[in-house]
Design a protein around this ligand. Structure first.
Ligand code: C5P
Length: 305
């Protein structure tokens, strides 16, 4: 049986400005994405009928409890395969196998990453030869973060997150991800954001100039100071215990710390790889998170391996 495999990074938001809820329920965003080398892999294998199935295996030592990943048509990788098949009139099926390292419901777009990888892997398996633009259009129908996960690197995100454009960024940044033992629902965190702004709608968001300046200069200290996330307050409201991660990050002289996306993962910025190792040890030793994972970025978007 023929097989193709795509690797895809996790995403973080270096800033995440959230505007007032739109009529379609989504929120306008002004964000800077970065892809980091905490990667899932999606293997697509030919089948002799038209079924599209998925199974998931968790990477790592299996000690961290993981939320179950849907195996039916709600699985984003399955939806990606079905959307590509529909767009190109393919009648073949596929068996997808996901090897997951990106935390489930962790605010790092794990499900969206698997959708981007499934698009790339199925495009190669089925020989659909989709153009970049066509894959991006399908990606945007699957989720707000999926187009960025095809793109990778460091990029501006507008619209509801699906409008991705390049940004000037230098250097490599070293992160530690403090992972919680239970995920948060993105929709629930946005709903909490609306509650917090019930009396005064937020303004249309903008990307802070200080962040762009730090990225253009490859300045990790400046980046640490400029990190911002409008979803941090609602995520901390739902999970007040995350505050302890920030205290430990400060004790360890982190350059900055921020809730990742809609949380509950907290991303901690280190000076270099050895500082990130120290911070990971400290976070684990103090027991403020279920796991502490080191990764660096920027990293390429979904690609065949
Ligand atoms: O686009 P995606 O399916 O990943 O979004 C998941 C949920 O997050 C949406 O159903 C919506 O509740 C919320 N969301 C939002 N505004 C955005 C992106 C996501 O309200 N820009």
């Amino acid at each position: 049986m023929r097989t193709t495999t795509a690797r895809v990074p996790a995403k973080i938001n270096l800033c995440l400005g959230v505007g007032p809820r739109r009529d379609d329920g989504y929120h306008p965003l002004a964000t800077v994405y970065q892809a980091v080398d905490l990667c899932d892999e999606v293997r697509a294998t030919e089948v002799d009928d038209d079924t599209v199935t998925v199974r998931t295996q968790f990477a790592g030592d299996g000690t961290r409890e993981q939320a179950p990943v849907p195996t039916g048509p709600d699985n984003l990788a399955v939806r990606a395969a079905l959307a590509l098949r529909e767009a190109f009139g393919v009648d073949a099926g596929v068996s997808l196998a996901i090897r997951k390292a990106i935390p489930v419901m962790g605010g790092m777009a794990g499900g969206s990453a698997d959708a981007a990888a499934a698009l790339v892997a199925c495009d190669a398996l089925w020989g659909t030869q989709a153009k970049r633009r066509e894959l991006e259009e399908i990606a945007a129908t699957l989720g707000s973060d999926v187009p960025f996960l095809l793109h990778g690197g460091t990029a501006l995100g507008g619209g509801r997150g699906e409008e991705v454009s390049p940004v000037l960024a230098r250097g490599r940044f070293h992160w530690v991800f403090a992972i919680a033992d239970h995920g948060l629902s993105t929709a629930q965190v946005y709903a909490e954001y609306d509650v917090l702004h019930a009396d005064s709608p937020p303004p249309m968001p903008e990307v802070p100039q200080a962040l762009l300046t730090a990225l253009a200069a490859g300045d990790a200290t400046g980046l640490g100071r400029a990190l911002s996330n409008d979803l941090q307050a609602p995520a901390l409201g739902l999970r007040p215990e995350l505050q302890r991660v920030f205290e430990v990050a400060e004790e360890g002289d982190a350059l900055g710390a921020l809730v990742s996306g809609s949380g509950p993962t907290v991303m901690v910025l280190a000076e270099d790889a050895s500082h990130s190792e120290e911070l990971a040890r400290l976070l684990l030793a103090t027991g403020v998170c279920a796991d502490a994972v080191q990764a660096s970025g920027p990293e390429a978007g979904a690609h065949l391996i």
